[in-house]
Write a protein that binds this ligand. Sequence first.
Ligand SMILES: Cc1cc2nc3c(=O)[nH]c(=O)nc-3n(C[C@H](O)[C@H](O)[C@H](O)COP(=O)(O)O)c2cc1C
Length: 222
Amino acid sequence: MSEQIKSQFISALEFRHACKEFDSERKISPSDFDFILQSMRLAPSSFGLEPWQFVVIQDMTLREKIKEHAWGGQNQIPTASHFVVAMHNKGAGLRYDGPLFDEYLFKRRELPPEMEEKYRGFVEQFQENDFDLLQSQRNLDDWAGKQIYIPLAHMLIAAAMLKIDSCPMEGFNRVEVGKLLADELAIDAEVYSPAFLIAFGYRKNQQPNKLRRSLDSLVKWA
Ligand SMILES: Cc1cc2nc3c(=O)[nH]c(=O)nc-3n(C[C@H](O)[C@H](O)[C@H](O)COP(=O)(O)O)c2cc1C
């Protein structure tokens, strides 16, 4: 049984590649796309804050506007069955005394006030000293920006398990795409920053050979 699971999992990882162009005639079923989104929802995050938002953009006019600022997605964005902009939280909302901690750490866990105070002090220490997040806003923003790559990995693997292709993309201008999302979808650029784009669909062309470093060069045992 476990051999079968290992083999299925590795096959999915081998199947996955950064698909450069999709067959625009083929669409992902709602149930399969929901499976991909569910995998995102179950991703872990520091203190369980889930400091992110995902926008599924099926409006082709808006996709075209995004494409103008996305050198890395010229063929992926217009041909994808589903296209997602992933945004992480930014700004003061990420601080130990901010609204995300209030909502998703303290309220959700229904901590009594004395526990909340103690826990908040602990988070403050972590942000201030251990991870040096409070010295600049950029440090705090990047903290959320790192975590959002975990749901990305979940989605890429979930898609590959269903033989759905994907392409994660950082080849775009974050400020310009942020402005577009603010203008077109009223997404507050002070609260969210676009982290990456992801296109999902079915490959048009054969996948190239996988290039990877050897395990020996990647892992040291001590
Ligand atoms: C964070 C990240 C950003 C990427 N940005 C782009 C991009 O903008 N455009 C693109 O075509 N591929 C992009 N890629 C795909 C990588 O180039 C690709 O994953 C890498 O070359 C390995 O190839 P493989 O995924 O096909 O195995 C990105 C991948 C990651 C993980």
